[in-house]
Design a binder for this molecule. Sequence first.
Ligand code: NAG
Ligand code: NAG
Length: 170
Amino acid sequence: MAWKADFLISLAIIVASSVIAPVALGTSYIVGDEKGWALDVDYQAWAKSKTFYEDDKLIFKYDNKSHNVHIVDEKQFKFCEGSGTPVLSSGNDTVNLPIAGRTWYIDGVGRHCKDRKMHMAIDVLSAPPSPPPPSSSPPPPTANSVVVSTDHFAWVMASIIILVCHHWTY
Ligand SMILES: *[C@@H]1O[C@H](CO)[C@@H](O)[C@H](O)[C@H]1NC(C)=O
Ligand SMILES: *[C@@H]1O[C@H](CO)[C@@H](O)[C@H](O)[C@H]1NC(C)=O
């Protein structure tokens, strides 16, 4: 009997774990794609071509002898003013975007911000799009059909199996 209980416990664990949704990790974007963080790239257009959500990441890739990244506010962005702001200078910098809203980045070297387009505003949206449902055909909405979600069903199954195991062990 013991092997049977072991088997059923394993099965219960498999069933239960299959319903735990994978953790959303966010998407990483290399700023400027293959051009990286460089002179004369239209970062405003680049930013508009993407949709950023909370927990996404920006990766700035550049030659750190020529460039840096200042994280600025809206006014500093407008005036290309980077002094006194947080600065990144490794040449391979990851910026997390944990909060919805707008954030601003400029290159603080020379006139790269003013004259060479190295300034960028990023809009971050609050909710990532929910993943598409696993089944493409939803159950027909008939009045007397019983709709049981797969998650709920799996947990009920797991509970039943655990109860049966418990019963059989003693
Ligand atoms: C440039 O990057 C190298 C390696 O990532 C680092 O050791 C160096 O300190 C950086 N230079 C500056 C100015 O941050
Ligand atoms: C850049 O940083 C990421 C992690 O932040 C690392 O995985 C990657 O290897 C780095 N790339 C280079 C070229 O240093």
